[in-house]
Ligand binder design. Structure first.
Ligand code: CAA
Length: 261
């Protein structure tokens, strides 16, 4: 069993070569702050570089949240340039997950909102627990998804459902997520990890070169060039009053009053 020390991640590899990464910031529902994003980036490199790791599982600590999104307190200080930069950085890290040479499975154990849903969608498949709620609430903050959500969600659930989810900002519960193909399976909390490991074991029985080639070939079917556009729009919104109002309202626990300015 290998382990590695991070501030906000728990990382260990079991004797079968399954690496399990747990996003570990439970007091903030595992929200992705700058340190956490950097650590996630390092963890992906660890997985790529370690030949004894065959499958990578990403989950959240606790029983309430996978990841409740990007850290809204940090977001609230962004300007146009720093907003676009952050979006490009998150997109880059999540693209590394999507193009990982080994299968990556998200175990969505509760809320997967905004950047959390985007993280789950960057993984190759998703297993959800019965309490999962997956959504893109960024518009309620005067923002849009910035870590690839506008690009990956339509590929997974189709344009119409993606439009509905992003424009309403309303999450879908586990059952609906299964129905629309956003997750592959839904399991009770106490069975989900064992089930996910069983899928991992089925995958790792196969040739690693073939797994890698399959991931590359499937990803090639879903190439698109909207990521830069998403980052630009994300940055532009960071300079608006609506964004200031939306993020302040969340932090002050009140309803946002948008003016369209
Ligand atoms: N960022 C920072 N802090 C967060 C957070 C986030 N995304 N989500 C939750 N928290 C914090 C809360 O502020 C709270 O902290 P304090 O106890 O210090 O006040 C703690 O986590 C627990 O959260 P709540 O008290 O709000 O828990 P709840 O059960 O009442 O509600 C929730 C749970 C519905 C998930 C609610 O926390 C929520 O709506 N969170 C924000 C979800 C969101 O909007 N995510 C998108 C972020 S933007 C984004 O991700 C941009 C992008 O695409 C890159």
């Amino acid at each position: 069993m290998n382990s590695h020390t991070f501030n906000h991640l728990l990382f260990h590899t079991d004797s079968n070569g399954i690496a399990i990464l747990t996003i570990n910031r439970p007091d903030k529902l595992n929200a992705l702050n700058a340190t956490l994003l950097d650590e996630l980036n390092q963890a992906i490199d660890l997985v790529e570089d370690n030949e004894s790791i065959h499958v990578f599982i990403i989950t959240g600590s606790g029983e309430k949240a996978f990841v409740a999104g990007a850290d809204i307190k940090e977001l609230s200080t962004l300007k146009q340039d720093t907003g676009e930069e952050l979006s490009l950085k998150g997109q880059h890290i999540f693209s590394k997950i999507e193009s990982c040479s080994k299968p990556v499975i998200a175990l969505v154990n509760g809320y997967a909102l905004g950047g959390g849903a985007e993280l789950a969608m960057a993984c190759h498949i998703r297993v959800a627990t019965e309490n999962a709620a997956i959504g893109m609430p960024e518009v309620s903050l005067g923002l849009i998804p910035g870590y690839g959500g506008t690009q990956r969600l339509p590929h997974i659930v189709g344009k119409s459902k993606a439009m509905e989810m992003i424009l309403t900002g309303q999450p879908v519960k586990a059952g609906e997520a299964l129905k629309i193909g956003l997750v592959n399976y839904v399991l009770p909390m106490d069975e989900a990890l064992d089930f996910t490991k069983k899928i991992a074991l089925k995958m790792m029985k196969n040739g690693p070169l073939a797994l890698n080639a399959a991931i590359r070939a499937i990803n090639a079917a879903f190439k698109n060039d909207g990521f830069a556009h998403e980052a630009k729009e994300f940055g532009k919104l960071c300079s608006t009053n609506d964004f200031k109002e939306g993020t302040s309202a969340f932090l002050e626990r009140r309803k946002a009053e948008f003016t369209g300015k």
